[in-house]
Design a protein around this ligand. Structure first.
Ligand code: PEP
Ligand code: MN
Length: 346
């Protein structure tokens, strides 16, 4: 249930609505729009509450929210959420491109990739240090050494950095180095981890679970929002279907659906979404044409020798080609490409 206040309602009136919600043992969450305030009722509202709230001064209407996710819904928060990261905005007019290797492998690899993707127009540097691998015998990342290298490469190139956090007990460590925390597809429903990252003040990139529907994905976002962290970025990265020509099936339709039902920014990861480097460019363009706020792209100096996800990684040249082709698509959607930031502090 959400309470829509009248335009110009006073702080006193807002406080009275919150008090009435809390008296019933429920939680109130305010969304302050430019013209109107909306108050979300969290918990299971009892039937009389709607009438009681409707009678309070300053209340325009009380709307039952049919969807199980509330804080993530557009009804609760009609205007787009824009995630701000010192100089970089995500969910604004500029399409944000996050690029880098699947895994940080060495100083040379991450520094050369950072320089190349920055020169081609990427804004955020990516690189995994704690890697979720299907087999325990595969390269699982450099751990804290990888985090440190990623952070240094980001600093040198004035790029904020994003990396995955896999376990609740790693959140503090990863947050020490990263500007954005990534929740991987396999952990989308690790609810303890979602609670933990919800307690940080870092933006969270929440990948869609590989077998999760859109409602489950938005409920996972709800866990983070419910802890008070409002900076959630959704990421469509392909889902598992009967098709096995591609690694996953990139669900481009999820992008405009999420844009319709949620205020959270949504980006696309065509690297994991397809698993094949030559499909990354067309699907990146399709995602932006469909309304994505940004892209997450795997780039490697030498994909043939990558320790993780080589077949889906772009060379520096192919990444530059993608960036060049992206601009007209962004412009067709009345958008621009985000300009690189001047600072990496967070
Ligand atoms: C990654 O970004 O390298 C990754 C492991 O992604 P996903 O969780 O989408 O598989
Ligand atoms: Mn990867």
């Amino acid at each position: 249930m959400i309470v829509v206040m009248k335009t110009g309602s006073s702080q006193e009136e807002i406080k009275r609505v919150i008090a009435r919600i809390e008296v019933g043992g429920l939680k109130a969450q305010i969304s302050q729009g430019i013209v109107q305030t909306v108050i979300g009722v969290l918990g299971k509202p009892f039937p009389e509450l709607r009438d009681a709230l409707e009678l309070l001064p300053g209340v325009e209407q009380v709307i039952p929210v049919s969807k199980p996710y509330k804080l993530a819904s557009r009804e609760f928060h009609p205007q787009d959420t824009v995630v701000k990261l010192n100089g970089v905005t995500i969910g604004d007019k500029g399409i944000i491109v996050m690029a880098g290797p699947c895994a940080v492998e060495s100083e040379k690899q991450i520094f050369s990739t950072a320089r190349a993707v920055k020169a081609a127009g990427a804004t955020v540097l990516r690189g995994g240090a704690f890697k979720p691998r299907t087999s325990p015998y595969q390269f699982r990342g450099l751990g804290e050494d990888g985090l440190a290298l990623l952070a240094q490469a980001g600093k040198e190139n004035q790029m904020p950095v994003i990396t995955e956090v896999m376990a609740p007990e790693h959140v503090d460590l990863v947050a020490k180095y990263a500007n954005i925390l990534q929740i991987g597809t396999r952990n989308m429903q690790n609810f303890i981890l979602l609670d933990e990252v919800g307690k940080t003040n870092k933006p969270i990139l929440l990948k869609r679970g590989l077998s999760s529907n859109i409602q489950e994905w938005l409920l996972a976002a709800e866990y983070i929002l419910n802890q008070g962290n409002e900076q959630v970025i959704l990421c469509e990265r392909g889902i598992r279907t009967f098709e096995n020509y591609t690694r996953n099936t990139m669900d481009v339709s999820a992008i405009p659906i999420v844009e319709k039902v949620s205020h959270l920014p949504v980006i696309a990861d065509p690297s994991h979404g397809t698993g094949k480097w030559y499909l990354v460019l067309p699907l990146a363009l399709a995602a932006v044409a469909a309304g994505a706020d940004g892209l997450l792209i795997e780039v490697h100096p030498n994909p043939d020798q990558a320790l993780a996800d080589g077949p889906q990684s772009l060379t520096f040249d192919n990444f530059s080609l993608l960036m060049a082709q992206l601009l007209p698509i962004a412009e067709a959607r009345n958008r621009t490409l985000a300009t690189p930031s001047a600072t990496t502090e967070s």
